[in-house]
Design a binder for this molecule. Structure first.
Ligand SMILES: NC(=O)c1ccc[n+]([C@@H]2O[C@H](COP(=O)([O-])OP(=O)(O)OC[C@H]3O[C@@H](n4cnc5c(N)ncnc54)[C@H](O)[C@@H]3O)[C@@H](O)[C@H]2O)c1
Length: 338
């Protein structure tokens, strides 16, 4: 299936096709120097399939995990490209999850003021969310994604067969972002999570989530308005992530962050879905530390935040609330520190 993200001269196709990784050259222009960026947790054969299909392919493998979204690894990719004589007509391909995509995308955005970038996501999270939309970044001085660029890929190639090797907890982690999209835009997709085994419907979940992400990105490429809806669950979620990191994955924190931001009736439907996906619904985190991280994130807002709430499944509202009001929402669901 081909879906086009319509962004004028930055438009690109997302191809979702099982088995496509092994025919990468049919979908991506690899007839040039190609720098494949992967990590050591991604089975080697995936990156190798792309490298071997390239006319002049090379690979940089970083250590798995968020810590690789750093200057050192960014520089390492650029150094390799420079010493191998990469020019403006060459390209970078990420083969991995969101860590590889964000790091490789940022290298592609900046090498010689920008070279072509392809994303081949291999986690559920990167298939449903991070591979589309053009946000690329590295972390700096403990602040996530603080240095980056908007760099739309030339193409995204999704082969769901690679999920056969992804650990179950990582699969659920990615489903949390798809549940977020369903809650805010697509009641029918939400009911798939309620009534079906999500893994048997993973192709449909990927496609429906991408349709939502595509529509949001088309309407608001650089997050000036609508795109903020994708932050549903992320404000409190980021606070929790900062308080417990690295115990919980990002999607698990988003799951915890969505619960206080729903109406009672939506929460009554969300709780069983999260439990079915083995995502957390309660967690013992330091409320003060989480709130400190939230206020740090939101400073500059004059004591107010724009928060997304869901009162009906499949829709959302953006409301302006005080930071105290947000703290109150978190505490009303999780209670005060014990
Ligand atoms: N750019 C965006 O719009 C955007 C959106 C959301 C998240 N992100 C970023 O994405 C990152 C998280 O991405 P993620 O959840 O994909 O994590 P990740 O990239 O760290 O991948 C998770 C783990 O799975 C392993 N892995 C990947 N594919 C595999 C496969 N097919 N089989 C077996 N193991 C595999 C990796 O080695 C890693 O250990 C964060 O850095 C976050 O900031 C970016």
């Amino acid at each position: 299936m081909i879906m086009t993200v319509d962004l004028g001269n930055r438009s690109y196709d997302i191809i979702t096709e099982r088995g496509s990784l092994h025919h990468a050259a049919e979908y991506l222009d690899l007839d040039r120097k190609v720098m494949v960026v992967t990590d050591d947790g991604v089975p080697e054969e995936y990156a190798e399939a792309v490298r071997a299909a390239a006319k002049d392919g090379h690979t940089v493998t970083v250590a798995q995990g968020e810590a690789s979204k750093c200057f050192e690894q960014y520089q390492r990719i650029l150094s390799e490209m420079l010493s191998l004589g990469f020019g403006r007509g060459d390209c970078v391909v990420a083969v991995g999850g969101g860590v590889c995509g964000d790091l490789a995308g940022f290298a592609a955005a900046t090498y010689m003021r920008g070279v072509d970038f392809y994303n081949v996501p291999t986690t559920v999270l990167s298939m449903v969310d991070s591979s589309v939309g053009g946000k690329t970044a590295i972390d700096f001085r403990g602040v996530k994604n603080v240095i980056g660029a908007f760099k739309q890929p030339e193409r995204v190639l999704i082969d769901a067969d690679v999920l056969k090797t992804l650990p179950k907890r990582q699969i659920s982690n990615g489903f949390a972002e798809a549940v977020k999209m369903a809650l805010t835009f697509d009641e029918e997709l939400f009911s798939v999570f309620e009534t079906e085994d999500p893994m048997s419907y993973v192709d449909k979940i990927i496609t429906r989530s991408l349709l939502i992400k595509k529509a949001v990105v088309e309407a608001d490429e650089t997050e000036k308005g609508l795109r903020r809806v994708l932050n549903f669950g992320h404000t409190i979620g980021h606070g929790i992530e900062a308080a417990v990191s690295p115990e919980l994955y990002h999607g698990e924190c988003v799951a915890l962050g969505m619960l206080p931001m729903c109406s009672d009736k939506v929460r009554a439907r969300l709780l069983p879905v999260l439990s079915k996906l083995k995502l957390p619904t309660r967690y013992d985190f330091d409320r003060e530390k989480a709130f400190e991280a939230i206020t740090h994130d939101k400073k500059g807002g004059g004591g107010f935040v724009k928060a997304i709430v869901v009162n009906e499944v499949g829709s959302f509202e953006e409301i302006k609330m005080t930071l105290d009001g947000l703290y109150g929402k978190m505490i009303s669901y999780y209670g005060e520190n014990k």
